[in-house]
Structures are given as C-alpha cells and as structure tokens.
Design a protein around this ligand. Structure first.
Ligand code: ADP
Length: 544
C-alpha cells in the first residue's frame, strides 16, 4: 500500500526560497580585512542576486548538468554560487584553493568545468593553469584589484547588473547532481564525489537538527572550514534554510583576525579543524579576548585532542564538540554529544570521543575478513557507513574496493559502542603494525602533544627488522624550550602501553599539512624514505 503523501522533490531551490521568503532579514557578513571589518547583505538581497547569477550563467550557455566551478574563499559570492548553480540545475564544483597546480588541473579537466568563478585575490594562482583547462569557456572574476589580467575574463558584478531578478527555478528530479567535491587526496589521487539535491537537502536538515548543531534564527554561524572542504560541513545551507546569520571569514583565517572577528561580530556557533583551534588558543593566551558569544564550536576532520577541548572549556569557557565525517559523507555522520545519563564530570569523556552517529546515517565496523563486528566498544575494525547523504560510488570511477555490500568503506579504524559512539584510532594507511599488533598513530600523537612544551607531533610507521614496523615521532618543540626528546619520552611512560613507547624521534620545524590543514603523513614518510629526517634513537627503558 502506498502512502497518500505528496512526492515533492527536495531541491536546493527549496532551501533558497525558504531563506528568501521567511528569513529575508537575516544577514551574510563577509570579512574584508585583518581588522575584521565586514560588508553585509540580507538574505533577501543574496537570493535576488542568486537569481541574477542564474540568469547570467544561462546567458553564458550553462544548461542543466553543466559544471560551474568556484575558486573562492568563504564569502557572499560563494554563497550565491552555492544557491544559484544547483537551483538552476547546473552542478556546483567547489575547487580547493590550496591544491597543487597539477591536482587542480586534473580535477577541473576530470569534471569538465565550463565556467570558473574566481576571487580576484586568487586569480594569480589560477591564471597560469587556464591554458591546460580546455573545457573552461568563461572565467568570471569576483571583486577587484587582481594583479594579473586574463584576456576575455568577465566581471561578476557586471554580469549580475546586466540581468533582472525573478529567475524561474526549474522543477528538477531530486536525484540529479547538485554539487561535486573532490576528496582532498590525503591518501591518494583526488576522487570526485557528486551530491544530489536530495542528499544536500537531507544533510542540511541533519546539520540544523537539535541533536546535532541545532542551528536556527538565533544563531550567527562563523564557518572557518572552507566552503571547498566538504561543503563547509553543511553550515551554509543549514544557515540559509533556518535564518542563521552567516559570518564569512574569507582569507583572514589567522588567529589574530579570527579573534577580532569573533569579538566584533559575536558568532554563536563555529566550525573548524583542530589546528585552527589550537592556533587560536595559543594566540588568545597572550592577547585579550572575548569568546562569550560562542555557545558551541565543532572540531573535526582530524582527531581532536581531549586536552584542547578541556583548555577551551576551562580557559575560555567555550564548549567544543568533536565530529566525524568525510567528503564522501557530505560530511556530517557523527557528533559527540553526550548521552543524557552522563554526569557533568563524565560529559567531557563523551564529548572527546570521535562522534555519535546522527539520525539518517548507519554505521558498523568490519573485520579484515569482512565479518561484521559487535557494537561492544571493544572490537576494532574498519568503519562502514550508509545513508541518503553517503556516496555510493565516485565520479567516473566506481572504485568497487571502497564499497562493501552497498556500504562505504571509510578507511578509518576504531570501535563502536551500543549507543552509537564511534572512537577512531587510526586510518588503515597510518596504523603501525608492530609485531602483529596495532599501534594507533593518532593516540600516540595525542599523548605526545599533551606535553606542555610540544607544539605539534605526527607519528608515522617506519620499517623495523624485528617488529616489521615501529613508530617514529616527528616532533615540533616550543621555541627556546629546554625540553628534550628524553623528557617527552619520560612523559609518555604510563600514558601509553609500554610496547608503544617509540625508539625513533625526529625534531622538525613544522608538521607538513595537507590543503585542508591536516597532518600530511605522506610527505613525512617520503622525507624519512629520502633520509631527510635526522632520527634520534632513544631507549624507552631509560624513561621507564
Ligand atoms: P581526506 O580523506 O582527503 O583527508 P576528508 O576531509 O574527506 O579528506 O577527510 C575525511 C577523513 O578525515 C576521515 O576519513 C578521517 O580519517 C578523518 N577525520 C575526520 N574527522 C575526524 C575525527 N573527529 N577524528 C579522527 N579523524 C577524523
């Protein structure tokens, strides 16, 4: 028996229209300098400009299914592109502005982008590559003041000014492509993930839900995570559909401007990777601050050290909640909101887990042989997920090895408990296989970084004759400190199992980072293999 319910498609134009009609007075604030000055536009204005953008793109020959790329910071124009491009039936392709030139060219050609909308400040990065991007027919420059010129480039504001508002959004099939994003390639070549209107709509609702970020009209969302990194974790659409102001930091992502922006514009919610938060914490210890507007910040994309969450709570009074997701999962899958039984003292234990699965997503763990393991909080295996906003393949690349009976294999290893809490211990590619047992590189890093004189630390597996692999700690120490590698080793004793204690250490200036700010262990492994790391040998029994 079928239901009597209407089968209305879930479309990005629905998000757009709702923000326009119901929350027309909510605002988008774009930061324009390091002092934190902003330009402001109402949702009504942004929606009207989105209509003009769609009309302009149509005039340029963009039809349904055509790819329109963005090479933009988080700003008002990027939001207009987020709304207009999918709503008109074209496909928004967000390009990561920090990619290596070869990867960028590869991605644009692979997606066959027809138009690229680029910030004037970013044009110097893109202009030299255009010759190698034959599908790109038009370049649209946002803002002014670029230092290079591209013949035939169009200007965003001129295109919009030449059009009328009132574009009629088409009734699309909710399953067609709305947007695409390539994985950042931490573990290999970038792969294209294509989101549908339906997946985008449902994911946005999941982000606004009370059990997750609970975003609504009372909020002002500071999205530090870039709009090219897994949809800025869903915050732009979630904000637009519920009337939350959107505070867009553009390229002013260093601790000093961020602190100024938070003090002046008082966001209530924010999202970013842990390295951003630890930089901000270090800055705020030395500078006057006011973070009292923030009711919650989310951190994810990499393991969040518990210590960082405690410091935010104790020193700044800010509640940080850890989340987990991937480009492949839109990305929100899990958010570590404590269960109701948790006492105040226990709350941090829960919050510092990787995440608790959100409604709409199913998660399970699998052993090496493909058997499903129990959700007992102890069995360790690879996480597999499925749900309406989880990818079922990659663009022009079915990659069957990444799927298992219709579930996405995440490449993350850990445990799952009976209440849906996930604890990730490592990535399959980073885990250290020592004498037939696994050492979690992530846990080891977190324990090393708990030492007050350690700025950051990354752990990689290196070959070992006896144990097959052993950990090597690449360590960044606080400038001018007298702390030695032996001191850090002594600090580790009792914090990790004895057999985890690493014999190999290397002091480095900075941990190399990927284009989205994660530790780039591929680079560290290559440096080790090329003999570039000066390895210090420490006898763990000396510390014990
Ligand atoms: P890439 O896979 O290229 O790094 P993504 O941004 O899609 O790009 O990264 C997803 C991965 O980030 C996850 O598979 C996981 O390994 C890692 N990750 C995300 N959130 C967390 C978290 N809270 N703790 C540990 N790892 C995380």
């Amino acid at each position: 028996m079928l239901s009597t319910m209407q089968d209305v498609p879930l479309l990005v134009s629905g998000i757009l229209r709702h923000g326009q009609q119901v929350y027309g007075e909510s605002e988008v604030l774009t930061v324009v300098n390091a002092e934190g000055d902003v330009t402001t536009a109402s949702f009504a204005t942004v929606a009207e400009r989105s209509e003009r953008l769609a009309a302009a793109l149509r005039r340029l020959g963009i039809g349904e299914g055509d790819r329109v790329a963005t090479f933009l910071w988080n700003n008002q124009t990027h939001l207009e592109a987020y709304l207009a491009i999918p709503a008109m039936g074209a496909v928004l392709h967000t390009l990561n502005v920090r990619l290596f030139p070869e990867q960028l060219t590869y991605i644009v050609n692979h997606a066959e982008d027809k138009v690229i909308i680029v910030d004037a400040s970013l044009l110097p990065l893109l202009a030299p590559l255009l010759e190698g991007m034959p599908t790109v027919e038009h370049l649209v420059v946002n803002g002014t003041g670029e230092t290079v010129e591209v013949a035939g480039a169009l200007r965003y504001e001129e295109l919009l000014a030449a059009e009328e508002p009132g574009f009629v959004w088409p009734e699309l099939d909710e399953r067609v492509a709305a947007a695409m994003c390539y994985t950042s390639g931490t573990t290999g070549n970038p792969k294209g993930v294509v989101y549908s209107h339906r997946s985008t709509y449902l994911h946005s609702m999941a982000v606004t839900a009370g059990g997750s970020l609970g975003i609504g009209e009372m909020d002002r969302v500071l999205s530090i995570v870039p709009m090219f990194h897994a949809n800025a974790w869903g915050t732009p659409y979630a904000g637009f559909m519920t009337g939350a102001d959107l505070l867009m930091p553009q390229q002013f992502l260093q601790a000093a401007p961020l602190a100024a922006v938070i003090r002046r514009w008082r966001p209530t919610v924010s999202a970013g990777v842990p390295t951003i938060w630890s930089d901000l914490l270090r800055y705020l210890r030395a500078n006057e601050t006011d973070l009292s507007s923030l009711r919650m910040i989310t951190a994810g994309g990499a393991a969040v050290p518990r210590q960082l969450m405690e410091q935010f709570q104790d020193e700044l009074g800010v509640r940080m909640v850890q989340g987990w997701g991937m480009t492949e999962t839109s990305p929100l899958c899990a958010l570590a909101v404590a269960p109701r039984q948790a006492s105040v003292e226990e709350e941090m234990d829960w919050r510092s887990r990787t995440g608790r699965v959100v409604p709409g997503v199913e998660v399970r763990i699998c052993g090496d042989d493909g058997t499903i393991l129990p959700n007992d909080g102890v069995s360790v295996g690879e996480f597999e997920v499925r749900g309406p906003w989880i990818t079922g393949s990659y663009y022009l690349d079915p990659a069957p090895d990444r799927f298992h009976d219709g579930w996405l294999r995440t490449g993350d290893i850990g445990t799952l408990d009976a209440r849906g809490f996930m604890q990730i211990s490592d990535r399959t590619k980073d885990v250290i296989k020592s004498g037939g047992e696994w050492i979690s590189s992530v846990e080891l890093e977190i324990e090393v970084m708990a030492h007050p004189d350690v700025v950051e630390a990354a752990v990689i597996a290196v070959p070992d004759e006896r144990w097959s692999e052993r950990p090597l700690v690449a360590l960044v120490l606080e400038e001018g400190t007298e702390t030695t590698v032996e001191d850090v080793m002594a600090f580790l004793v009792g914090r990790v199992s004895r057999w985890w204690l690493p014999e190999r250490w290397a002091i480095i200036d900075e941990v190399p980072k990927t284009s989205v700010g994660k530790f780039d262990k591929k680079v560290l492994r290559a440096r080790y293999a090329d003999g570039e790391l000066e390895v210090l040998r420490v006898d763990p029994s000396q510390g014990a």
